[in-house]
Design a protein around this ligand. Structure first.
Ligand SMILES: N[C@@H](CCC(=O)N[C@@H](CS)C(=O)NCC(=O)O)C(=O)O
Length: 212
């Protein structure tokens, strides 16, 4: 398998974690988002959306990190990254989607660049925007997870799932702003549980070949 990735891309980080958890080796192909390589012809030919990640294997080139997670889960079911019961699967997917659909897109590089380059927002205003949407999303997740007995050492019980795979990269993004995370003890506890797993540790931005 080949993964088009960027070390700081939280969407690619999700796929790196999933591949590691499932023990699937892959070749890392760096796309430098800061230098705009996602908009250059060679990468556009692979993904017209100009976004990483893209996962390529013997069956095709797959985009959208959540679709890639679902693909990996269906093709390589063990270890499972979704629980068995339908209601549990819905809970895990809801947590993952709250991050991937409601937090992350607002803080994507091209959105931030549009704020500063097109709308003329200052760096400070841009950072406030970034913090605002992460705080809003993480506060809701903290309340939701803290109140739910289904939460365990991980977002759902005792094993990592899609929910943790989305949460950990989002917390890494929050730290980059930086945003204090003391208000999210449940999320930090889950982060500690994930950090203890080599699959998560090896997927971290600083461990990627293009990290600077
Ligand atoms: N919904 C997409 C989001 C992908 C995405 O936003 N990727 C970012 C990096 S985290 C990107 O490639 N940004 C390039 C840009 O903004 O120009 C997914 O989950 O795969």
């Amino acid at each position: 398998m080949k993964l088009y990735s960027y070390y700081r891309s939280s969407a690619a980080y999700r796929v790196r974690i999933a591949l590691n958890l499932k023990g699937l080796p892959y070749e890392y192909l760096a796309v430098n988002l800061r230098q705009g390589e996602q908009r250059a012809a060679p990468f556009r030919a692979i993904n017209a959306q100009e976004l990483v990640p893209v996962l390529c294997d013997d069956r095709g080139a797959f985009t959208q990190s959540l679709a890639i997670l679902e693909y990996l889960e269906e093709r390589y079911p063990e270890p499972a990254l979704l629980p068995h019961a339908p209601e549990a699967r819905a809970r895990v997917r809801a947590i993952a989607l709250a991050i991937a659909c409601d937090i992350h897109p607002l803080d994507n590089l091209r959105v931030l660049q549009y704020l500063t380059r097109t709308l003329g927002a200052s760096e400070e205003a841009k950072d406030n925007w970034y913090r605002h949407w992460i705080e809003l999303g993480l506060s809701a997740l903290e309340a939701q997870l803290a109140a739910d007995p289904a939460t365990g050492p991980f977002c759902h019980g005792a094993l990592p799932t899609f929910a943790d795979i989305c949460l950990i990269p989002q917390l890494a993004n929050a730290r980059r702003v930086p945003l204090p995370l003391d208000a999210y003890p449940t999320l930090l506890g889950i982060e500690a549980a994930c950090a203890a797993l080599p699959a998560f540790a090896a997927a971290a931005p600083a461990r990627q070949p293009d990290a600077v």
